[in-house]
Design a protein around this ligand. Structure first.
Ligand code: HEC
Length: 118
């Protein structure tokens, strides 16, 4: 009985520790280079505000980092998947750190693009 209890305690403690794990932090500056070099910008805009080809705004859209990683690996719909082979976890963490560092900024519309307002 005692050993069962000890076993159970160990399992419970193990679960608690795993649950407390935080998302790995990345290097946002390197993430920016990766964002521009992996074509993310083509769909999401160079600063993640959307308005590019097809991608939605991803700068400060409140998406948790785990969900960003999930989207990068197994996209919901139209986005191409980035496997670990083309984008290793370490690089994915850097891109996510970059996305989290972006300020929301204005969403581009015809009204706030100066050249369209002569
Ligand atoms: C070919 C266009 C395209 C490219 C390239 C692309 N995306 Fe996307 N992305 C999308 C679309 C479209 C969606 C909306 C969901 C879907 O269709 O899968 C999306 C959704 C996302 C989301 C989730 C946004 C949300 O709030 O749900 C994240 C995060 C994201 N992309 C990050 C990236 C990163 C990082 C890269 C580069 C490694 C990248 N995307 C490259 C088109 C693209």
């Amino acid at each position: 009985m005692k050993s069962i209890l000890i076993g159970l305690t160990a399992i419970l403690l193990g679960t608690a520790t795993a649950g407390a794990q935080t998302f790995p932090s990345g290097d946002a500056a390197h993430g920016k280079d990766l964002f521009l070099n992996n074509g993310c910008y083509a769909c999401h805009g160079t600063t993640g505000t959307g308005g590019g080809f097809v991608g939605p705004r991803i700068a400060h859209d409140g998406l948790p980092p785990e969900a960003m990683l999930q989207q990068i690996r197994n996209p919901a719909a139209q986005m191409p998947p980035y496997t670990e082979k083309v984008l290793p976890n370490k690089d994915a963490y850097d891109i996510i750190a970059y996305l989290q560092s972006l300020s929301a900024g204005p969403t581009p519309t015809a009204a706030n693009i100066p050249i369209l307002n002569h």
